[in-house]
Design a protein around this ligand. Sequence first.
Ligand SMILES: Cc1cc2nc3c(=O)[nH]c(=O)nc-3n(C[C@H](O)[C@H](O)[C@H](O)COP(=O)(O)OP(=O)(O)OC[C@H]3O[C@@H](n4cnc5c(N)ncnc54)[C@H](O)[C@@H]3O)c2cc1C
Length: 458
Amino acid sequence: MSRTIIVGGGPSGMSAAVEIARAGGDAIIIDSNPRLGGQYWRHAPVAKFSHDGERFFALQEEINRHPGIEVRAGTQVWRASYQEGVATVWLNDGTSLTSETLLVATGAYDRSLPFPGWDLPGSMTAGGAQAILKASGALLGRAVFVAGTGPFLLPVAASLVEAGVKVLGVLEANRVNGWVNHLGAIDLRKMKDAARYFKILSAAKVPIRMGYAIIEARGDGRIEEVVIAKVDRNFTVKPGTVEVHKCDAIATGWGFTPDLTIAHSLGVSTDVHPIDRSVVVHVDAFQESSQHGIFAAGESTGVGGVDLALTEGRVAGIAIAVQRGLISTVEAKNRSVGLASERTKIRKFADALLSVYKIREGWRSWLNPETILCRCEEVTFKQVRNVVHDLGASDVRTAKLLSRCGMGMCQGRVCGRMVADVIGAEIGTPATDDELRGIHNRPIANPISLQTLADQGQ
Ligand SMILES: Cc1cc2nc3c(=O)[nH]c(=O)nc-3n(C[C@H](O)[C@H](O)[C@H](O)COP(=O)(O)OP(=O)(O)OC[C@H]3O[C@@H](n4cnc5c(N)ncnc54)[C@H](O)[C@@H]3O)c2cc1C
């Protein structure tokens, strides 16, 4: 029997690999990053973490120690398929692998919202700014605003401060009193992290402004100033609150989108999350998908943070060990003590976060006709409106085909969801669940060379 394939070497993929190794099994972890760790533990060649590095080093050490675990870093899975119980993945190094068991641990990517000027140099996603800083120590700018929604803005702003950046403000579009209805779901361990970030930000005198958003960025060739405003509970600008501030860069983050590219190619069933309508892999209590032998863990089953990713990875690793006959179900139960309840608890907290930091519809009022929606194909808001109102497109797919939104290099990763929401609003009918699922349909997951394509006979 071939070894288990793990696509993604972040927290969920690493913890699954360790459980498979502990059960005496073999696995290969494939990750496009040059090193293990995923988004949370992304690091420079010599790993140094300002906090929470111990868990990474423990996992890495166990993975390195086990001869049955191979790590193929800096390698991309560009295509995947599932036929008659066997998964095949094609790698950009020209090789392919097959296995009866595969774990999708592909994580998530930043969710973006457009506004006038968001395509100027100097404008980055919060995750992108964080990733560059973690991987190379480079800064997105010297005087920056961090804006959007969600608790992730805090670690991004704090690490920029620690790196010597002047953070001019953290603008949170939602309001903290959204927590009133979710007090029972609060994870106190996360409050400790939040307190640490607040301490760093308050020592640096960084203003944290709730109910504020960046509604425009301006500059000649790159960002020179931003327009910020107070927004109401629906994210609509409150009249008379507009301010203009000089800065040289901005980092904006609106939560994350689970990366389902590989999962979609494997033909697994997906759910549309009831709170934020993100598409997630449907899994059972053992993290197994609708396809026998295909498991999923971490952000691909719903955004929930590092602790959930680690827990789900462990559950998946133990379940894979059972399916491969490495351990009995009794042994699996012993190894899984506390994992199911931990998963439920964190998932409840994650759902509370999604509710409190939900993206509200009023963001569309920040757009002007010339605002670029699809950066790859440079399609404006006006052009999208035209295909609906002048050409008669009456569903998301037709509007996308006519406007070319989402048909560029990123294959809709950046604009797919927000364009679906814009088109839905113009048509007067929100995107259907299947239309949202369609955004993740990328038969070629990542750009590859024609040579690779030819070599692999595809
Ligand atoms: C840009 C970004 C930055 C983040 N930074 C933080 C942070 O600083 N603090 C925090 O608490 N949370 C952060 N998060 C949230 C974080 O992703 C999760 O908490 C946690 O890392 C999820 O673990 P995971 O294993 O599900 O996925 P990830 O950690 O995202 O790992 C997934 C891995 O899969 C790999 N992958 C995906 N597709 C392929 C493919 N086709 N071929 C090969 N490899 C592939 C990716 O390169 C990645 O390394 C960040 C998220 C993002 C998107």
